[in-house]
Ligand binder design. Sequence first.
Ligand code: FES
Length: 240
Amino acid sequence: MYINPSQPIYSFRNAKFGDKKLLLIAGSDHKTGFAPTAQDTYGSLENVAKKYYPKSEILYKWNTRDCISLDKIPYIGLLSSTTPNVYVATGFNKWGITSSNVAANIITDKILSKENKYSFVFDSLRLKPIKNRIELKNMGSQVFKSFVTNRIKIPEEEISKIKNDNGAIVKVNGTNIGIYKDSSGNVFAVKPTCTHLGCLLTWNNLEKTWDCPCHGSRFDFKGHNIYDPAFKDLEKFEIL
Ligand code: FES
């Protein structure tokens, strides 16, 4: 695997696919809920592919999500001080292959009541994880933006102004309604309020999902929850 240390970061690796070997190019990361454009995401990856592998052909594209803790260090250990037999390993910061092995070692040692000299680094019960003040500030401003600014900036549009195969939030009698129109013009309407802590969702037209900028929950266009920390579906509206 190859990865560059400078920005923007791209990584290259290969994967078996039947009897073939495919090249995987990853990058163009962005925060969940920030309505990226195809040009900024897939487009920039395609440019990299064309630059380094001019004869390559793009077979698949996909977009996934990763969970990153505030101090960028995974949480590995007890889920809480009141659940002595329940362990957690999360927040791998895009280094899941490595961190899951670290987690396996630490949690195995915990189950066997053995010392592990690295476990303190990943302490899942740490009370002050926020060493990264810049990220904390960003998070605070994004929550604020999501609760207030996004709402103010949303233009009041009629449902009919939304193009097919696109989505948007419209105001109907003062209420935000999240609308998606499929390629045949069928309309799917949801309440675009995250069922985790109530942030306003953003339409992601690359994946046809409603994404939450606060803590990364995602919902499909019918409102079904597909990523935690929210676990309830969105409220749906019926169009009369
Ligand atoms: Fe949406 Fe927390 S409010 S994920």
